[in-house]
Design a protein around this ligand. Sequence first.
Ligand code: APR
Length: 228
Amino acid sequence: MKKIVVLTGAGISAESGLQTFRDSDGLWEGYDVREVATPEAWQQNPQLVQDFYNMRRKDVLAAKPNAAHFALAELEKNYEVTIITQNIDDLHERAGSTNVMHLHGVITRSQSNVDSTLTYPMDGWEIKMGEVCELGSQLRAHVVWFGEDVPMIVPAARECQQADIFILVGSSLVVYPAAGLVNYVHYDVPKYIVDPSIPDISRIKNVIKIEERATTGVPELVKQLMTG
Ligand code: APR
């Protein structure tokens, strides 16, 4: 079976009603991401950061996977598929994809404040101040903040090196190390990019640009890959 590696960003979930980061004046739901998505922000104003992610979790739980998420899940019928997502939503899993790597964590889990490897499933939408991990430390959202390590980048890069086909959906490719993953894909591997505003990848070879929204472009591409 051929191996397809898909890298997704906020754009794939835009049509599920979840806002992207850089399409709205650099604001994320009205906040500068650096005011809520850094260890410093958490130190200075933990309640604000906790509330912010509680609201994002509420949004994610209310959102539904769209045609692009479902189409990518279909690929598993004919291919070995790895989805590497920068998104903290769980819409790929809910659409049926079985092999999803979350580079930046997943908001439906909580995480220890002192040990990022301690993460827990959640029942509802809220983490309360005073709720603690097994070490007795405050719980926070299981998301990677600016300035924090991205431990999943190593296995993700290995996946990219092994790809026979690569697909990028809905990412501006400005946030590293995720943006650098494209460089691990072999030069002669076809690289499809689905995005209404294709990011600058002029240095990359064998790029096929599909300048469309995810819910249109991805199902069309999947149809082509399933019949071709
Ligand atoms: N379909 C496909 N792509 C879309 C759509 C759509 N309907 N709407 C917007 N896009 C594209 C935009 O053109 C842009 O290229 O999605 C991309 C979104 O880019 P960003 O907002 O920068 O999101 P992303 O690349 O995922 O951000 C990376 O930044 O803040 C951090 O940790 C956060 O994981 C995130 C990382």
